[in-house]
Design a protein around this ligand. Structure first.
Ligand SMILES: NC(=O)c1ccc[n+]([C@@H]2O[C@H](COP(=O)([O-])OP(=O)(O)OC[C@H]3O[C@@H](n4cnc5c(N)ncnc54)[C@H](O)[C@@H]3O)[C@@H](O)[C@H]2O)c1
Length: 348
């Protein structure tokens, strides 16, 4: 049985959801609603019904699920209205702009007994899944550092993402994905502190990049960096465990791992530096290490909608939970506070 879906906001991401729904084995696209006439006209040109108002969407008894793909500042109001109208709701990320707003959205989901979740689609990214696998398998020992970076070279997009009133900025745009991934990896670890610095290279109103350090009570550190002025990119992921190191150079590459098979070396060949020889920083040889590429994990982003439909039918629980959403939101709030106070924020 397919569940009837409507998409609110037919822009870049609304278009993605629509194309995805048209190919879906679990949802049936009834239509879209967009405040802009030209977007509605485009939908109709693409053979998709355009509702004439948000109220018309809420009143349509055939719609079971609504996906909200509008700018970040209006998610809260639209999500609560949809839940109150008896619809299940998928909201685009970031779910909203504060933990207080999120608490109200969760409360509405509980009050109206409808599913409310967020499209954290980057949980299906194979680079992240490789990191999760390395962490869970213990193959390079206990992880003490993960660095997650994305680097662009075109500045922050010139649309609403550059404006504070719409919930713009790279923390809300990309940070939310990268924090969610790290918190999935360290799902059972307590976070003890957050430190963040923002870049404002072309935009003083919102961050056009940031550097964020999270520390966990098992001693692990996660470093997250988003840049929009990087004409040379650093690797997507770098992970250090007590028995090895992994690196993913870019989105399309597998994780390359060097495992330490023998800690003690009979002979270390020093490396020459400008100031003299060093054994401490000399690379290891192949006798004490093993190098290989990790097979890319399997992933199908259609599983997001499948999970929602199974949850509606009572056959599954929602994959992106309210508790996880709140943990991500509180981490982003701590990052903003850290920037504001120029200091580390400690959690009790
Ligand atoms: N999960 C992801 O990978 C991903 C990627 C991109 C964007 N997003 C998220 O999707 C959302 C939309 O981003 P986008 O890139 O599609 O932006 P966009 O500007 O391309 O599209 C937003 C659309 O919403 C419409 N809109 C604005 N106010 C509206 C209202 N009150 N009612 C109905 N429609 C309204 C606009 O006319 C526009 O067509 C944002 O929350 C963004 O963070 C998620």
């Amino acid at each position: 049985m397919k569940h009837n879906l409507c998409i609110v906001g037919y822009g870049g991401m609304g278009g993605w959801h629509a194309n995805h729904a048209l190919k879906s084995d679990v949802v049936n696209l009834l239509g879209i609603y967009d405040i802009k006439k030209e977007r509605s006209e485009l939908a109709e040109k693409n053979g998709i019904k355009a509702y004439s108002s948000f109220q018309e969407v809420l009143d349509d008894k055939n719609i079971e699920i609504i996906t909200i793909a509008t700018p970040n500042d209006i998610h809260k109001e639209q999500v609560i209205a949809c839940l109150a109208a008896g619809k299940h709701v998928i909201c685009e990320k970031p779910v909203t702009l504060s933990s207080k707003d999120l608490a109200e959205m969760i409360e509405a989901s509980e009050k109206y007994q409808r599913i409310f979740t967020v499209h954290q689609n980057r949980r299906w990214d194979v680079d992240y899944l490789a990191m999760q696998k390395i962490h869970d398998s213990g193959q390079i020992g206990d992880i003490f550092n993960i660095e997650s970076r994305i680097h662009g070279s075109r500045g922050i997009p010139s649309d609403w993402r550059g404006m504070k009133e719409y919930g713009g900025g790279m923390m809300f745009d990309w940070g939310v994905h990268l924090i969610d991934q790290i918190l999935q990896i360290f799902a059972t670890e307590k976070m003890i502190s957050v430190y963040c610095e923002f870049d404002n290279i072309s935009n003083d109103e919102v961050d056009d990049g940031f550097q964020l350090t999270l520390r966990f009570d098992n001693g692990a550190r996660a470093y997250i960096e988003v840049g929009t002025y990087n004409f040379i990119s650093l690797p997507r992921f770098y992970v250090q465990g007590k028995k090895g190191t992994g690196i993913i150079t870019n989105w399309t590459e597998p994780c390359h791992i060097v495992e330490c098979t023998h800690w003690h070396e009979s002979e270390v060949v020093p490396v020459e530096t400008a100031a003299g020889l060093t054994k401490t920083m000399a690379p290891r040889d192949e006798i004490t290490t093993r190098s290989y590429d990790l097979e890319k994990p399997a992933s199908d982003v259609h599983d997001f909608y499948r999970n929602i439909c199974d949850s509606i039918e009572g056959k599954a629980t929602q994959f992106v939970t309210h508790k996880e959403l709140m943990r991500v939101m509180k981490t982003m709030e701590a990052a903003f506070e850290s920037v504001e106070r120029k200091s580390v924020i400690y959690f009790d």
